[in-house]
Ligand binder design. Structure first.
Ligand code: OAD
Length: 235
């Protein structure tokens, strides 16, 4: 039997119940930090230490966090479906819950690379990417090629190299499930529009969502509750 294909698009909301804060909710990270200072390419060149410290803090929080039931239910869908997770999150909670096909559109907090690699010029090659786990990275920590290590994050102002692969996955999906994203950051926010006309599209989010597509069903619940409903719907 051919398995149906499910694309799961996730944002910070899927990890909220693991204790990782979202970005734009009240009290979210961007209330305390200016994303243009700590998560943009201009910010990086202006003040590398500030950016390194911000991601050192993110890694330390991640070391303490655990996957929640929503991550586990998403991973469990692999028993019956071909599941691709396309996440905007830089955490590793999908992988730690057991998902085996995860694309990180905005990079990964537990990885670093020399600042002069993974650019359009070298074809976004990931061969210099290093797994740093939950360790801190300092100004002066340099790669063998002599360049400062930077977070392996897609900063504001940078291209999103994995977009094409993500578009292919969404275009081939029978069902698209969007979990916990404010759909404010493009190009990721526009991905669901590549779904086939007959594909089912669901959004799980306790807040109102800025979508006006009659194909979309909004499940107005937190991720853990909403994913239980999705598992029922897909039975
Ligand atoms: P946001 O903080 O913009 O949105 C989080 C969404 O999760 C909101 O719509 C909330 O209503 C929802 N939410 C909150 N708690 C939830 C819960 N328990 N269950 C389900 N949903 C919940 O986060 P993102 O949309 O992920 O990029 O942000 C997108 C990108 O902006 C991030 O990847 C990051 C940020 O700047 C970079 O830093 C490059």
């Amino acid at each position: 039997m051919i398995k149906k294909r499910i694309a799961i698009l996730t944002g910070a909301g899927v990890s909220a119940e693991s204790g990782l804060g979202t970005y734009r909710d009240n009290g979210g990270l961007w209330d305390s930090y200016d994303p243009m200072e700590v998560a943009s390419i201009e910010g990086w060149y202006r003040n590398r230490k500030l950016v390194l410290d911000f991601y050192n803090m993110q890694r330390a929080k991640l070391a303490e966090a655990r996957p929640n039931e929503a991550h586990r239910l998403i991973a469990g869908l692999e028993e019956r479906f071909v599941v691709d997770v396309i996440t905007q999150n830089v955490d590793n909670l999908h992988e730690r819950a057991g998902s085996t096909h995860v694309i990180h559109l905005h990079g990964e907090a537990t990885k670093i690379r020399p600042e002069n690699t993974c650019t359009e010029e070298d074809g976004f090659s990931e061969k210099y990417v290093v797994d740093c786990g939950y360790d801190s990275v300092s100004l002066g920590d340099k790669a063998p090629n002599g360049a400062q290590y930077r977070p392996h994050i897609v900063f504001f102002g940078e291209a999103v190299p994995k977009m094409e692969r993500a578009i292919d996955i969404v275009s081939a999906a029978d069902t698209v499930v969007i979990v916990g994203t404010s759909l404010q950051v493009y190009p990721a926010a526009g991905l669901y529009r590549y779904a086939r006309p007959e594909a089912g599209i669901y959004i799980i989010d306790p807040a109102d969502v800025p979508v006006f597509d009659s194909r979309i069903r909004h499940i107005k619940k937190v991720a853990t509750e909403g994913m239980k409903e999705i598992v029922d719907i897909l039975k």
